[in-house]
Design a protein around this ligand. Structure first.
Ligand code: SF4
Length: 382
């Protein structure tokens, strides 16, 4: 039976953060109708759901923890009644401090959720305020400890760098604080000024963002700090204790199949790539009519999938396994990419490994540039 990951999008947030371009709304009056629509959409896949074994479910957002524990339980019941879900499936929910309580956490446990992903971002209350997050460091800590008390033994904490006004010292203090709590996983992202967000084009924000050189130092010293403490980097932005990597996200980076539900969700399923429009009104009105909801829907060529595979594979610390690439795509990796990789190999942005190639730490810092040079996104079928 083929393995499958499921992503479920919850597009609600208490308040929109000033830097965020994820699809979410603040109108909580629509939660009930949305949950019903989501369940209907999940159930509409029932006829094909049992052909796969679901080994990961990821409930993301938005802020899934604004829903009640009962809503989350009903959504997961719909997944289980429409798909074969492995007993060992990794089931994750994103939660935000300030939206959690004991009853939600115990409902998550009862629903089979074993992994929490907590959006801390910074342990500095001034930085949190500037990001317009709804929580404080103290609220995060209460939520984290409550989750431990409820028996969650697999917790990710999100941390951001390159924040306006952030210094090397405040970032180091955030990481020290997080690691003292000993979560199993840390996601470490740089702030990007996304078009259309309040941060984008705000001259005060732009002026307060650390310089590129400082950002590089922040990234390299943070990676070292985490690795010294036993959080091994396995992806450009992700660090985990041994064996605690996020299995669901690894599916994306390994170009494996996943099925997304909800507005804005993407899928790679049955050889097809599709995504739904970021339109909750349309979604609630016709959740079972995939055709009406599609934003895109196409069958990628083998070459397009191979390009994705290389692009995503280079995000991983272990990089590209050339034998695995060749077995999957019947294509000679070195013949295709060696010439373009040469300048980056010479400058050690790309390193040769026993099984293929990977980015060095300094290569990871400029991964987008390297990949745009190596990969021709319009590669021919030839
Ligand atoms: S809580 Fe998360 S998803 Fe919601 S606006 Fe803030 S960053 Fe975006």
């Amino acid at each position: 039976m083929d393995k499958l990951g499921i992503y479920i999008h919850i597009p609600f947030c208490m308040r929109k953060c000033a830097y965020c371009d994820f699809y979410s709304i603040e109108d909580m009056d629509r939660v009930s109708a949305y949950v019903e629509a989501l369940i209907a959409q999940i159930r509409s896949f029932r006829s094909m759901g049992f052909r796969h074994l679901v080994d990961s479910v990821y409930i993301g957002g938005g802020t899934p923890s604004v829903l009640s524990g009962e809503d989350i339980r009903r959504i997961l019941t719909a997944v289980r009644s429409s798909f074969s879900v492995s007993n060992e499936a990794e089931i994750t929910i994103e939660v935000n401090p300030g939206t959690l309580d004991t009853s939600k956490l115990s409902a998550y446990r009862e629903a089979g959720i074993g992994r929490l992903s907590m959006g801390l971002q910074s342990a500095d209350n001034r930085e949190l305020k500037m990001l317009s997050r709804i929580h404080t460091r103290e609220e995060f800590e209460s939520s984290f400890l409550l989750a431990r008390l409820e028996g969650f033994e697999n917790i990710n904490v999100d941390v951001m760098y390159a924040l306006p006004g952030q210094s090397r010292e405040t970032l180091a203090a955030t990481l020290d604080y997080v690691m003292a709590l000993s979560p199993e996983h840390i996601s470490f992202y740089g702030l990007k000024l996304e078009p259309g967000t309040p941060f984008d084009g705000d001259p005060q924000i732009t002026a307060a963002i650390p310089s590129e050189d400082v950002q590089y130092e922040m990234y390299l010293s943070a990676a070292k700090k985490m690795e010294d403490a036993g959080y091994m980097q396995y992806e450009i932005s992700n660090f985990a204790k041994l064996g605690m990597e996020c299995r669901h996200n690894l599916k994306y980076w390994n170009c494996e199949e996943y099925l997304g539900f909800g507005p804005g969700a993407h899928s790679f399923f049955g050889g097809r790539m599709f995504s739904y429009a970021k339109d909750i009104t349309r979604f609630i009105a016709m959740p079972e009519d995939s055709v009406a909801l599609f934003e895109e829907n196409y069958i990628p060529t083998e070459r397009e999938i191979a390009v994705q595979y290389v692009m995503l594979g280079f995000r991983l610390k272990r990089g590209i396994d050339t034998a695995a690439y060749e077995a999957r795509f019947d294509d000679d990796f070195e013949a295709r990419y060696q010439e373009k990789m040469k300048p980056f190999l010479l400058k050690k942005y790309i390193l040769k490994t026993k099984t293929g190639y990977r980015l060095s730490k300094k290569g990871m810092l400029i991964s987008n540039y390297i990949l745009s040079e190596i990969l021709d996104f319009k590669e021919d079928e030839a």
